[in-house]
Write a protein that binds this ligand. Structure first.
Ligand SMILES: Cc1ncc(COP(=O)(O)O)c(C=O)c1O
Length: 415
């Protein structure tokens, strides 16, 4: 599928050749990997960058004066600068490496929420959140005696903002935390009104961009958020690394999250003082090789172009929604294709999602079945679980055809 709509064309078939995972058969069938919202596959460029670093330059960072230590440090800091550019963050010291988006969000919940929330205050999230942007806030609000409020979804599946005035009257809103792209429904949310409202309340706005950053251009200055979290493994990078961006003045005012080596300025028996940003929040040995991989992944995505990736996913989503709606007894969830990333959640009448996913696996089709770490949303949809097919820059329409053929095979098994 070539994408031409006002943006550089994306040749998914050529891109696919960069991903060694597709050079195999699964159960004798070509692999249709439709689970990228869960975790993305890795191009050779990322694998090679990591292998080469291990083979030629591996050492710990920031601690050695030898050549290898300097190469490692330059690579890690180079990756930090690539993340800064990708997110259009004003200052590279605002980029903190963490294990994943979950850790990034916990860092903000514990270090900011743990010291700034109290009785009468409120944290506001939405019904569309991944547990990673829900549970830490629920926990820290409860622990600090603050209110935890959830904005419900309306009948169109969009966040209902009609209750904001009531929340503002009842409590002192200190945190608003939402995603930009939903992992369950693929919804691309317009968060601008919520960011404005948060700031009118004097609250911080925390953006979970774990699902957005892989699929569209994310600009922290344009979003005007205060914190933003991403995971490397969802954007062609390795697992074990993610990043938190935060406004430097807020980060500077915060207590550290994890304590130990590397994050200190001085340690005395009487008192320990903290290092400068970003080191204050990076205790222990960094994810060094993972940073090399993440840097290579960002180069790769930039080479393709995030606008082209977004357009490609809209086309795939439209194609999938059209083809899948022909399958008898299917329920499709989520917004129209133009407002969603490459994610389609669905259920087959009377067939458990795990059965669907297992039969599809026998056809070489990998999808996810479950609650997608979105139990509040599942409750809203009135289901325990859904199936989810998700697409990325290497997805081709034939994989969606393979999925649809597989769904007919599922129907036959349960006929
Ligand atoms: C929207 C969203 N937020 C947060 C996360 C958590 O990401 P990780 O498991 O990499 O911490 C995910 C992962 O699926 C996600 O989709």
């Amino acid at each position: 599928m070539a994408v031409t709509a006002g943006t550089k064309a994306l040749d998914a078939r050529a891109i696919r050749a960069d991903f060694p995972i597709f050079e195999q058969l699964i159960h004798g069938k070509p692999l249709a990997y439709l689970d990228s919202a869960n975790s993305s596959q890795k191009p050779r460029q990322v694998l090679d960058a990591m292998t080469e670093f291990y083979s030629t330059s591996y050492a710990n960072v920031h601690r050695a004066v030898h050549v290898l230590g300097e190469r490692a440090t330059a690579g890690l800091e180079g990756a930090r600068e690539k993340v800064r550019r990708m997110l259009n963050a004003p200052d590279v010291r605002e980029i903190i490496f963490v294990r994943n988006a979950t850790e990034a969000l916990n860092l903000v919940a514990y270090s900011w929420g743990g010291n700034n929330l109290g009785p009468g205050d409120a944290v506001v999230v939405t019904e569309l959140e991944h547990h990673s942007n829900f549970v830490p806030w629920q926990y820290i609000a409860n622990r600090r005696g603050a209110e935890f409020r959830m904005l419900p979804l309306d009948d169109n599946g969009d966040v209902d903002l009609s209750g904001l005035d009531a929340i503002a009257r009842e409590c002192n809103v200190k945190v608003v935390a939402t995603n930009l792209v939903s992992n369950s429904l693929g919804t691309i949310s317009d968060i601008a009104p919520l960011v404005r409202w948060a700031h009118e309340q004097g609250a911080i706005f925390v953006c979970d961009a774990a699902q957005a950053a892989p699929h569209l251009a994310v600009d922290v200055q344009a979003l005007d958020c205060d914190f933003l979290a991403v995971s490397g493994h969802k954007m062609c990078g390795p697992s074990g690394i993610g990043a938190l961006w935060g406004r430097s003045e807020i980060l500077q005012s915060m207590e550290p999250f994890l304590l130990g080596g590397h994050m200190i300025n001085s340690v005395r028996y009487e008192k320990t003082t903290w290092g400068e940003l970003p080191h204050k929040f990076e205790a222990g040995t960094a994810p060094i090789v993972e940073a090399f991989g993440l840097g290579a992944a960002i180069d790769y995505l930039n080479g393709v172009g995030l606008d082209a990736i977004e357009a490609h996913e809209h086309e795939l989503a439209a194609y999938a929604l059209g083809r899948m709606s022909e399958v008898p007894g299917i329920t499709l969830y989520g917004p129209p294709a133009e407002r969603r990333a490459g994610v389609v959640s669905f259920n087959m009448d009377g067939i458990h999602p795990h059965d669907v996913a297992q039969i599809l696996d026998m056809q070489g089709v990998a999808i996810r079945a479950g609650h997608h770490c979105c139990q509040p949303l599942m409750r809203k949809l009135g289901v325990a679980a859904t199936n989810r097919a998700s697409f990325y820059l290497y997805t081709v329409p034939e994989e969606i055809d393979q999925l649809v053929d597989g769904l007919y095979a599922v129907r036959k098994v349960f006929a």
